[in-house]
Design a protein around this ligand. Sequence first.
Ligand code: IPD
Ligand code: CA
Ligand code: CA
Length: 267
Amino acid sequence: MRLNSPKLNLIYKACMKASKSLIRDFGEVEKLQVSSKGPGDFVSSADKRTEKIIINELLNAQPDYGILSEEAGVINEKNKSNRWIIDPIDGTSNFLNGIPHFSISIGYEENNEIKCGLIFDPIKNELFFAEKGNGAFMNNSRIRVSKKKSLKNSILATGGPKFNSKKKNLILEEYVEISKKIDTPIRKFGSASLDIVNVACGRFDGFWQRELNYWDIAAAEIILKESGGYIENFELQEKDLNKKNIIASNSLIHTDLLSLITKKNIV
Ligand code: IPD
Ligand code: CA
Ligand code: CA
């Protein structure tokens, strides 16, 4: 494993420490699922527990670095040049329901650019990571995007719409539109970070989703870029910088996919 960069090494250690607790908690969720109380409250505390371990490790090593994390929000707000972007559990609904498909995602941003990132699926034991200029890896192997050129034969994934989305109709229309253009039905796995790294390692050819948050995609962005893929935040008129409309692809099908999504240009 080529985790020889100090930044990657640090996030790797934080992630591994947190994942031990997360795996234990996932075991509990499976038990709670059959109880009448259900796992709801327990999951939000598992989320916070995981996040706390990661944040403590990172702050111990770099006390003045900024942090943007889904549950804890912003820490060390003044430092905008060096920031960790954290999603302690990406795929919470899966986790909550005992579905073994979720990740820990940690990215490092320097002067508004993601420099390295790591995404760990603790159940499948798949560790994806990359640093700018050094390629992307899954466990011990270098990963590359697929070589598929035709959208028709592509495997695509998406997510959403969220229950409170104001763009529900648009998002569902896009889904129907794209479904008509491809042979294999669209995949929906419920973890945007894992969807994007699945494009990075060639399992999927493309992914798109509106209304994601920065922490869903920060680490995945560098992993995809370093594997030869292309990631784009479309319809940039969104005022909140943390909100993202994302297309991530093997780069060869990118234009075709983008043209279907932005066709109606409804905002
Ligand atoms: C969610 C997952 C899901 C996506 C949602 C995200 P969370 O993140 O990435 O795949 O469809 O939009 O909010 O809530 O599980 O961290
Ligand atoms: Ca997320
Ligand atoms: Ca989350």
